[in-house]
Every structure is written in structure tokens, then in C-alpha cells.
Design a protein around this ligand. Structure first.
Ligand code: M6R
Length: 606
């Protein structure tokens, strides 16, 4: 879960590398480093964020070739030694790597026998020294050394190597980990995603699995497949949108992103649903839907929660069976998928390793694949047949907020489309009018932020929390618990209301509060019973209730009132107080809201 950036050409490399690292920090921020070639190889690294590394860099590095890395630790703690780039035993190669080498211990033993010693705890150093060993054996031919080494390697990698003896050259390879190249008139860029280099160029190469590409300032580009056979490279030209990391007027990106939701949702609700850039009606997906027997939704974390809402909506209104699967489980459990399946991969970033791999498995099984994505030109954007975009703008805070509500809206609109195709016209009207009116209600929730902040101070130093919801708001409970734990480090569990009696109720006492989502009318009577069961055990209850629900107010300790909206869109409203609650609790506990410990915005290793 790391970010790679590199450049070789006629420009000075320092600022390109720093700028790229900052743009890639969403992939990890526990340590960073750069290596440059200016006659000899020089490596500078540091634990902590990119800003810490920058403090160590001399203002003028005077080099036009370099590679850099921002890390999320997989093997070994975040430290200077474990940070990338790594230098090989011979001192002739320096490498940055994203991915995991699964058989690193066996390779390490093999290399120790050959006289190698290791200074870091990383699998990267093992892979690098394996290449180094072959490099020495074949007289400094890096291509052959890499091909020979990859035969022995199990795992995934995206890597970039610079060589002591070849000052203007970067050699890259990828397998099951994203890596792209950019080209301009000055030279060659390499990066984990195109946004790290899209300020410089609009010409990109997307290497296939196992491709090895040598980018040489003097000799140009050469590409080889995994068997070492030379191959042609396809260059795609397009202008990628610039990232906008600006939070003017807000203290944190998460706060800004929560407050952006009414506007984003209103824009989506009042626009045409586009699939692959064309109106959804009359789109070829609409034809394909006629023969679809089953839908599988894939995602991780918050995107998986949105997928659960998609299941409830589609099954109820379209009557097609829907499975919602953690991408990480789906990819390894030998699922039954065939060409009559529609597989929907939901991902804000489009770079989540498990979702990418699960989607690829579905593609290989012949399924039709649809991505519901925020980041255009991401790996999943390229790897799916159809795409619906969230149009939510850059989501920088690690805790997903506006992408979640945008995912729910796009799934609702997809439900309306599918319902229309299947002849259930009334659903289209219900969903579209409910969505068109929702943004004012979302504004009203934000207007109550101060009350939520006050409530947060009452509960901020609680160690545990239970979140309960039912039906469409069971995923809201899961999402509320996830928000609280990831940014405030409070243990929180989300459960369907009725499941509480099957175990979690044993936890309930005065010090273990429960947050109940009580906004949808269908499940209300059942949730009221759940609240009574908690109160009978001296548990404290905070309830998210509709503004006029006085009877519920009598039953609980605290309430957060939200405007009453049709059940079909209630998850959009009920999740907002939970986002705000987690945000204020995290502030009170002194946590880093936008970059919580141990996390990364995008989980790019499995
Ligand atoms: O980019 P993706 O939507 O694929 O990311 C999936 C999860 O990693 C992500 O939603 C994660 O759970 C968030 N940090 C939750 O706030």
C-alpha cells in the first residue's frame, strides 16, 4: 500500500518526486524516501510523512533521474531502515516496490546461503537482492536478472529500479499491482497512478502484468513481456483532471467533505445518469440487463456498506437476486460466476487491491462488469466494461463520507434504471423525486451540527459503542461504527437490531452505549423493542430519530433529530449525524482526523 514516483529525462527531478509523493500519500504515510542518480546513487529517507522527508532534502539535488516512495508498512515497522528506496547488497541497484512478496522468507534463506545479509525487515530488500544476485551472475543485464528472479517469486509487485552504471535509466515492472508511465518531450515518468504525473503530461502507458519497461533518457523506451520478448507499447492520450487538495474554510478535509454532500447529491439527483459517458437509457448496459440473472456487488469497507444498501434496493424494486461480497473473500473462495452475472465493483479510489483482483476474477469468468467509481482513469476504471462515476470530487480524508452518500445515490439511480427496464415504472418516480428533494434535508442535518458536537463531548471518552439499525439502515449502523473506530479509535460494532439478542447484548451496561438508527418507518416498531431491551439492562441509548418522533424521545437518553424523508432515501440522511459524531469525538480525543494512525486512503495491497 505504497506510492511510487520516478522520472528520468532533462528536467530536475527533485520537485517532480516531492510533488508526486504528496499526491500519492493517500496510499500510505508512515515513511518516505527518494533516490537520485547524479553520477552516483544517493538515497535519503525518513520515517513519518512526506513533509518530514522534505525537511531533510537539500534544496538543490541536481539530478535528472530519480525514484521515490511513500510507504504503508507491510513487513517491518515504519522506520528509516525499512523505508524505501532500498539499496542492493552490491550497491549497484536501488529499488522502490509496492506489493507483497509472499515467499520472501524462503528467498531470504536462499540468499543468506549465497552470502547476502539484510539490514531491513522488508520483503522488498529480499526481492531486490534476488535481482542483485542474478544481476551479478549475468554481467549487469538487469532485464535478464529480473526475468530470472520473477520465476522464483510469489506475490505481487510494482517496482522501479535505478542502476549505478546507467545514470539516465529507470527500469520498471508490475504484476497485480498498478504502475503507469507518463511521457513528455523531456523524458519519462513512472507512478502508481496517473494523478501523480498528470500535471506534466497527458500521454500515458499502462503496462500489462509482467511487462518490463526500460525508460532510458538516451535510448528511449523498450518493453518486454514476461518471457523477455520485445513488445510494442500502446500510448494513450487524454487530459486527466487535476487533483484539488484545498480545504479553505474548513479545519479538516473530512469536515469539508461532510459539508459538500448536499451539493454533490443535488447535482447527481438533477443530472442524467451516465454509463460509459452516455445516457443510461438506451445504453448497451440496458440491453445486457435483460439477460442478467444475478448481480454480485463487490467492495471493501465503506464501499461494501454502500453495496449492502444496493442489495436491499435492487432486490426489493427489481427482483433480481443480489449478493454483496467482500472483494477479499470473493477472490479466494472459488465463486460461481458466469456470463449471465452482472458484477458491480464499488470503489471510491478504483485502486483497492482486493476489489481490483475480485473484479478481474469476474472478468475472467465472463461476467459483465460495472464499476461505480469516484476516481476516473483509475485501475478499476480501465478494468471494467461499464462505469458509473460518483462525481463527488477528490475525497482526501481517509474516512469516506461524500463518496459513500454518492455511492448510495448512484446505486439508487441504477435501481430505478433496472426497475424501469424490468417494467416497474413506479420505482423510477419514487426514487427520482425522493432524491431531488433530499439536499435540503441534508442541509438541515448540517445545521444541527452544534448539537451533535455537544453530544460528542458527553460520550467522547467512552471506550466502546454499539450501533444498531435494521433494513436499509443496518448498513448505516455498520458505517457509523466504522467511522467512529477508524478516526477516533473507539471500539465500535455495528449490528442489525435483532441480532443484538444473539450475543452483543451481553456487553451492554451503563458504560457501553448504543447508537440506534430509528429513522425508517418499516423497521421502527422492531427497533423500539430493541431499545427497550437495552434500557432494561441499564444501557444508555442515543437514537437518530425523525424530527417529530416524540414518543421515541421519551425512551432514550439522547436524541439526534433529523428531517423525515421517504424510507427509500433515509440512509442518506441518517448517516450524516454519524459522520459528524465520529468527527467531533475524534477532535475531542486529539486524533488525526484526516490521516488516522495505521490507515491509508487506498488499500493497495491485499
Ligand atoms: O477506495 P475504496 O472505496 O475501494 O476503498 C474501500 C475502503 O478501503 C474504504 O472505504 C475504507 O473502508 C474507508 N477508510 C472507510 O472510511
Amino acid at each position: 500500500m505504497c506510492g511510487i514516483i520516478g522520472y528520468t529525462g532533462s528536467r530536475q527531478v527533485r520537485d517532480i518526486l516531492i510533488d508526486g509523493l504528496l499526491k500519492l500519500e493517500y496510499r500510505g504515510y508512515d515513511s518516505a524516501g527518494i533516490a537520485i542518480h547524479n553520477g552516483s546513487l544517493r538515497v535519503i529517507k525518513s520515517p513519518g510523512k512526506v513533509s518530514k522527508l522534505v525537511e531533510l532534502l537539500p534544496p538543490n539535488l541536481d539530478s535528472t533521474t530519480g525514484i521515490a516512495h511513500t510507504r504503508w508498512a507491510t513487513h517491518g515497522e515504519p522506520s528509516e531502515i525499512n523505508a524505501h528506496p532500498h539499496t542492493s547488497g552490491s550497491g549497484k541497484l536501488v529499488m522502490v516496490h509496492n506489493g507483497i512478496i509472499e515467499n520472501a522468507p524462503a528467498i531470504e534463506s536462499y540468499l543468506v546461503e549465497k552470502g547476502y545479509s539484510f539490514i531491513s525487515e522488508t520483503d522488498t530488500e529480499v526481492l531486490l537482492n534476488l535481482i542483485d544476485n542474478e544481476y551479478e551472475l549475468c554481467g549487469g543485464d538487469l532485464l535478464s536478472a529480473m526475468l530470472k528472479s520473477f520465476e522464483k517469486i510469489e506475490g505481487s509487485y510494482a517496482l522501479a529500479i535505478i542502476e549505478k552504471g546507467r545514470p539516465g535509466r529507470i527500469t520498471i515492472c508490475r504484476k497485480d499491482s498498478p504502475l503507469i508511465m507518463g511521457i513528455d518531450d523531456t523524458g519519462y515518468f513512472v507512478a502508481s497512478d496517473i494523478y501523480a504525473v498528470s500535471d506534466y503530461t497527458g500521454r500515458f502507458i499502462f503496462p500489462e502484468n509482467n511487462d518490463i519497461i526500460i525508460a532510458d533518457r538516451e535510448l528511449g523506451l523498450k518493453a518486454y513481456d514476461g518471457n523477455g520478448k520485445e513488445k510494442e507499447l500502446k500510448i494513450s492520450s487524454f487530459t486527466a483532471r487535476k487533483k484539488n487538495p484545498d480545504r479553505t474554510g474548513y479545519n479538516h478535509f473530512m469536515e469539508k467533505e461532510i459539508y459538500e454532500q448536499p451539493h454533490i447529491i443535488s447535482e447527481l439527483a438533477n443530472s442524467i445518469l451516465f454509463i460509459n459517458g452516455q445516457s443510461a437509457c438506451g445504453n448497451s448496459l440496458a440491453e445486457i440487463i435483460q439477460r442478467i440473472r444475478r448481480i454480485t456487488i463487490l467492495g471493501c469497507g465503506t464501499s461494501w456498506h454502500a453495496g449492502l444498501i444496493g442489495k436491499y434496493l435492487i432486490e426489493k424494486h427489481v427482483r433480481i437476486p443480489v449478493n454483496v461480497e467482500y472483494a477479499s473473500e470473493f477472490r479466494y473462495r472459488d465463486p460461481v460466476i458466469d456470463p449471465e452475472d452482472l458484477v458491480i465493483s464499488i470503489s471510491q479510489s478504483g485502486e483497492t487491491a482486493d476489489t481490483i483482483a475480485a473484479n478481474r476474477l469476474a472478468l475472467e469468468a465472463g461476467a459483465i462488469t460495472l464499476g461505480i467509481l469516484n476516481v476516473k482513469n483509475s485501475t478499476l476504471d480501465r478494468d471494467t466494461h461499464f462505469q458509473i462515476y460518483l462525481e463527488a470530487g477528490d475525497e482526501i480524508g481517509v474516512a469516506s463520507t461524500k463518496a459513500y452518500t454518492a455511492q448510495i445515490v448512484q446505486l439508487s439511480r441504477l435501481t430505478a434504471l433496472l426497475a424501469g427496464i424490468k417494467g416497474n415504472g413506479s420505482t423510477i418516480g419514487d426514487i427520482s423525486s425522493a432524491l431531488k428533494n433530499i439536499s435540503g434535508s441534508m442541509q438541515q442535518v448540517l445545521a444541527g451540527a452544534e448539537k451533535i458536537s455537544a453530544l460528542a463531548s458527553k460520550y467522547a471518552f467512552t471506550n466502546n459503542f454499539l450501533f444498531l439499525g435494521r433494513g436499509l439502515n443496518f448498513p448505516t449502523a455498520l458505517e457509523g461504527a466504522l467511522k467512529l473506530k477508524e478516526i477516533s479509535y473507539i471500539h465500535a460494532e455495528g449490528y442489525p437490531g435483532a441480532e443484538m439478542k444473539h450475543g452483543p447484548i451481553a456487553l451492554i451496561d451503563f458504560n457501553f452505549p448504543t447508537l440506534v438508527v430509528l429513522t425508517d418507518s418499516e423497521s421502527r416498531p422492531k427497533m423500539i423493542s430493541n431499545i427497550k431491551e437495552i434500557k432494561a439492562r441499564r444501557g444508555r441509548v442515543i437514537a437518530i430519530i425523525n424530527e417529530n418522533d416524540e414518543s421515541a424521545e421519551q425512551l432514550v437518553d439522547d436524541v439526534i433529530k433529523v428531517p423525515s424523508v421517504p424510507d427509500i432515501v433515509s440512509p442518506l440522511i441518517s448517516v450524516m449525524p454519524l459522520q459528524l459524531f465520529a468527527y467531533y469525538v475524534a477532535l475531542l480525543r486529539g486524533c488525526n482526523v484526516d490521516q488516522p494512525r495505521n490507515l491509508a486512503k487506498s488499500v493497495t495491497v491485499e
